[in-house]
Design a protein around this ligand. Structure first.
Ligand code: COA
Length: 381
C-alpha cells in the first residue's frame, strides 16, 4: 500500500518537474538506457531526412533550370541556323565563319543528349494512359544499362516458354486429336498477347530513357499483339485447323530466332559497357563494330527466313480465304497483318543495314564510347 503511494508521489513529482519517472528496477533501467541511445540516433536520422528533403528540392530546381536552359539553347540555335541560311552571297571568309558556327552548334546538340541522360523526361501519351503521371526516368547510365539488360532477359525467358509450349502443341498434334482441346492453343495465344503488350510498355520506357529503337519495331509489337489477339478469338473450324500446324511451326521458329537475337543484343550490350568503362582488357570501337557485323552476318539468314515465313503465312491465309469452306473474318485480316509484318520487317532491316554500312565513324565512335560510360574513373597506366 505504502509502495504504491511512494510510486504515485514519485510519478507526480516527475510530471511536475517535466522529467520522466525513474525506476529502480535494473531491467527497466537498461531498457530505458537503450531507448535513450536510440533517441540520439533518431535525432540524427531526423536531421539527415531534413537534409535529404532539402537536397531533393534543390535537385528539382536544378533539373528544371537545366531543362529550360537546354530548351532555350535549342530555340536560339534554331533561330541562328535560320539566320545563317538567310545570309545572301557570303564571301569565303564569311563562309568559314558560318561553317565554324555551324560545327559548334552540331557539337553542342550532341552534348545536349549527354546532358539529357541525367535529366527527367516526359512519359509520352502511351505511357501516360497506361501508367499515369508516374516518373519513369532513369537518371544515370548504370540504371539504364541494368534496365536494358532486364528487358533482354525478360524477352529471353518468355521466348523459352513460347518455344516449349509451341513445341508441345505442334508435336502433340501428330499424336492426338487437338480439335477437342482448342483451349490448349488459346493458352499460347493468350501468352503471346500478354508478352507483346508488355514489350510495348517496356520499350516505351526504354525510349523515354534514351534508347534508339526504330519506330517500326515498336509498331511491330503493337501489330503482333493484334495478330495474337485475333488468332486467340479465331473459332475452331475448318480454316483454323487448316492453318493451325503451320502457325505452330511459325511460333516455334520465331521463339528460336528470338533466342538468337538475345545473344546478339547481349553481346552488343556487354561490349558497349566495356567500351564505356575503359577496362584494361579494353575493346576498341573497331573491335565492337567487327563483332557486331559478324553477329549480324550470323543472325540475318535466320531473320530473313522468318520474314519469308511471314509472307508464306500471308499467302496461305489468302488461299484459305478464297476457299468456300472458310467463313471467318479472322482469315483475311490475319493475311493482311502477316503481309504488313513481312513488308515492315524487311524494309526496316534493310534500312538498318544500309545505315550501319554508311555510318559516319567519327560521330559513332564518340557515341559508342559514351553510351554506357557510368564508371568513368581514369584508366590507371
Ligand atoms: N526490338 C527491340 N529493340 C530493338 C530491336 C527490336 N527488334 N532491334 C533493335 N533494337 C534496339 C537496339 O537494342 C538498340 O537499343 P539501344 O539504343 O537501347 O541500345 C536500338 O534499337 C538501335 O539498334 P540498331 O543499331 O538499329 O540495331 P541492332 O544492331 O541492335 O539490331 C537487328 C539490328 C536487325 C539485328 C535487329 O533490329 C533485329 O533483330 N530485328 C529483327 C526483329 C524481328 O524482326 N523480330 C520478329 C521476327 S523474328
Amino acid at each position: 500500500m505504502d509502495t504504491t503511494k511512494d510510486d504515485d508521489r514519485q510519478k507526480n513529482d516527475a510530471v511536475a518537474n517535466n522529467k520522466p519517472p525513474e525506476s529502480d528496477n535494473p531491467l527497466v533501467k537498461s531498457v530505458i538506457q537503450d531507448m535513450e541511445d536510440l533517441d540520439k540516433d533518431y535525432m540524427e536520422l531526423e536531421l539527415d531526412n531534413e537534409h535529404y528533403k532539402k537536397k531533393l528540392e534543390e535537385v528539382k530546381v536544378l533539373q528544371k533550370k537545366c531543362l529550360s536552359g537546354i530548351a532555350h539553347q535549342r530555340y536560339r540555335m534554331k533561330k541562328i541556323s535560320e539566320a545563317l541560311k538567310a545570309i545572301p552571297n557570303p564571301s569565303s571568309v564569311d563562309r568559314a565563319c558560318m561553317d565554324e558556327a555551324h560545327n559548334k552548334m552540331t557539337k553542342r546538340k550532341n552534348t545536349f543528349r549527354d546532358f539529357e541522360d541525367h535529366l527527367p523526361h516526359k512519359n509520352g501519351i502511351y505511357l501516360n494512359i497506361i501508367l499515369g503521371q508516374v516518373n519513369i526516368s532513369l537518371l544515370n547510365k548504370e540504371d539504364k544499362y541494368l534496365y536494358k539488360q532486364d528487358y533482354e532477359r525478360f524477352k529471353l525467358t518468355l521466348s523459352y516458354i513460347q518455344f516449349g509450349l509451341s513445341l508441345i502443341l505442334v508435336f502433340a498434334n501428330y499424336l492426338i486429336d487437338f480439335t477437342s482441346i482448342r483451349w490448349a492453343d488459346s493458352v499460347l495465344h493468350f501468352l503471346l498477347v500478354w508478352y507483346y503488350c508488355t514489350l510495348t510498355i517496356r520499350e516505351q520506357i526504354l525510349i523515354v530513357n534514351g534508347s534508339r529503337i526504330k519506330g517500326w519495331w515498336l509498331l511491330h509489337h503493337f501489330v503482333s499483339t493484334a495478330c495474337s489477339a485475333i488468332t486467340l478469338i479465331w473459332p475452331d473450324g475448318y480454316s483454323y485447323q487448316a492453318f493451325r500446324t503451320q502457325y505452330g511451326w511459325f511460333i516455334l521458329y520465331i521463339a528460336f530466332v528470338q533466342v538468337l537475337q538475345y545473344y546478339y543484343q547481349k553481346g552488343c550490350l556487354y561490349r558497349l559497357k566495356c567500351l564505356g568503362q575503359r577496362h584494361d582488357m579494353d575493346i576498341t570501337v573497331e573491335g565492337f563494330m567487327s563483332w557486331m557485323f559478324k553477329g549480324l552476318a550470323f543472325l540475318l539468314p535466320f531473320l530473313f527466313f522468318a520474314y519469308f515465313f511471314q509472307l508464306y503465312n500471308s499467302i496461305q491465309l489468302y488461299k484459305l480465304y478464297t476457299d468456300p469452306r472458310c467463313t471467318e473474318w479472322q482469315v483475311p485480316v490475319l493475311s493482311v497483318i502477316h503481309l504488313v509484318l513481312f513488308l515492315g520487317n524487311m524494309t526496316t532491316t534493310l534500312k538498318v543495314l544500309k545505315q550501319k554500312f554508311t555510318e559516319d565513324m567519327k560521330n559513332k565512335k564518340k557515341f559508342y564510347k559514351n553510351k554506357y560510360r557510368f564508371n568513368s574513373k581514369p584508366k590507371v597506366m
